[in-house]
Write a protein that binds this ligand. Structure first.
Ligand code: GAP
Length: 454
């Protein structure tokens, strides 16, 4: 498979502080706090003009890799609200809980599973050493109500994990497509959790987006497909990042497995916050289809068309977060490069060109030369039909390059005096800051080859 491969070398560069990413995101229009004029809501964010472009690129690349390139995988898009019985069957009403303690002294709140073991044993706050309260249990599902008349309203939930729609639609997909086991269903969609300790910017939110593959197999082939997708997903993330040594697998211990999983591996990425989960690969076995068969009374077993064997398919799940990908890619890409001439350092996002929100900026060398402006605007008009392109003639050329570096634009096209003589432009590449001359007629193909995946 030809796919995105970010070529930046692995390095010992220090971890970037999350505050720098938060500040860049706000300043340049990637991410804003939700309802900011009312003081904001913890764990909920909006995405700005550059953020939405970046998210769309990340989503499209996942869809292309998972659905378009696999003949045995199809996609769906399910609703956020489902029948409330779904969440009883899934086990979330009973098991989707966090256990919390509060510090009696500093009033900080902690999830027990996030505390160092010695603090749990000694019942001590990890920040101030104060005494902790008895643990309390909270369910993470977000409740909502359908209907308008009091007394007739039905309580249900915003989906706590997006993948449930896939089990609900599994039988419809089988009957309406030509899929046979082994096959997979993909979905990208919002999930909602009443996280009691949201934080670390986009890392733990209350409204977020997940991408899931649920791959349905015969039990005898479970191990083989589990291994296949585990490797595939690891390589996918590795291809997108610069710091390849900051990615690893971690197996879940028996005490941390989710209620539906018999085995699980996290793909983890290392940041200033330590090693953190990016995506989970879960051995869900027959949990989901058995439970939904039981609770709905519908038989969700599968009959092999060749052998006539009847069985409940087992499921390999790969479940990751669009928002964590967004955040990790920004962290991975961010660099403050010292200027060799000892002047201003440059902030640059080494995002892969195919993922970068803006692909190219078209810049006339000077603003006061009419011919340069007209030519640059003409080039911009053509390029913007093919890719996200910006036109910028404000400030000196160095400043404009820096502005584009900071948002990760991989190429800047400069229209200069030579352009007026021979119809070539300067194409400046973001990471190495190298410059080549390209004929205007060849520019679209030159850029498309470098900014699209294929
Ligand atoms: N269906 C399985 C499932 O939901 P999970 O480990 O709870 O598993 C999968 O979630 C992925 O969703 C995580 O690896 C993470 O990338 C993302 N995710 C989970 N909770 C999140 C939150 N509160 N905020 C942002 N992303 C989250």
């Amino acid at each position: 498979m030809t796919q995105v491969e970010n070529k930046q070398a692995t390095s010992d560069t220090p971890f970037v502080a999350i505050d720098k990413i938060v500040s860049l995101c706000k300043r340049r229009g990637f991410v804003y706090p939700n309802s900011e004029i009312y003081g904001g809501v913890a764990g909920i964010y909006d995405f700005g003009p550059l953020g939405v472009e970046l998210r769309n690129n990340i989503r499209r690349y996942w869809w292309w890799s998972m659905v378009q390139l696999h003949d045995n995988v199809v996609g769906i898009e399910g609703a956020i609200i489902t029948h409330p019985r779904v969440w009883e069957a899934s086990g979330h009403v009973e098991n989707f809980v966090d256990r919390l303690v509060d510090c009696k002294n500093c009033k900080r709140r902690f999830r027990i599973d996030h505390l160092p073991p010695e603090n749990v044993v000694q019942n001590k706050c990890p920040v101030c050493g104060g005494e902790l309260t008895e643990p309390r249990t909270f369910n993470l599902l977000m409740e909502t109500y359908l209907g308008v008349v009091e007394g007739e309203r039905m309580k249900t939930y915003l989906r706590g994990e997006a993948c449930q729609n896939i089990y609900l639609d599994y039988d419809n997909v089988l009957k309406s497509s030509r899929m046979q086991i082994p096959f997979g269903i993909c979905q990208i969609g919002k999930a909602f959790r009443n996280e009691v300790t949201p934080g670390n910017f986009l890392f733990r939110q209350r409204e977020f987006e997940q991408w899931d593959l649920q791959f349905f197999v015969h039990p005898s082939e479970m191990q083989q497909w589990f291994d296949y997708w585990k490797e595939k997903r690891f390589e996918w993330y590795k291809g997108l990042i610069n710091h390849k040594d900051r990615l690893r697998f971690r197996a879940h211990g028996p005490d941390e497995l989710a209620h539906y999983a018999k085995q699980a591996f996290d793909i983890e990425y290392q940041t200033i916050l330590g090693w953190q989960e990016w995506e989970g690969i879960h051995w869900r076995q027959d949990w989901d289809l058995s439970r939904h068969s039981l609770y709905s009374g519908q038989d969700l077993s599968y009959t092999d068309p060749n052998t006539k064997e009847r069985y409940i398919p087992w499921i390999v799940e790969t479940s990751g977060g669009v928002d964590r990908t967004f955040l990790n890619l920004l962290i991975d890409a961010y660099e403050e490069e010292p200027d060799p001439a000892g002047k201003e350092s440059r902030t640059v996002l080494h995002l892969h060109p195919t993922i970068a929100p803006v692909k190219v900026a078209v810049l006339p060398l000077q603003k006061n030369k009419e011919e340069l402006i007209t030519t640059a605007k003409g080039i911009h008009e053509k390029l913007k039909r093919l890719m996200v392109a910006q036109y910028d003639d404000v400030a000196n050329i160095g400043r404009r390059y820096r502005r584009q570096d900071e948002i990760g634009t991989p190429y800047c096209v400069t229209v200069d005096f030579q352009t007026l003589d021979d119809s070539t432009v300067t194409v400046r590449e973001r990471d190495g800051m190298t410059q080549v001359r390209v004929h205007i007629n060849e520019l679209p193909m030159y850029l498309l080859e470098r900014v699209t995946w294929h």
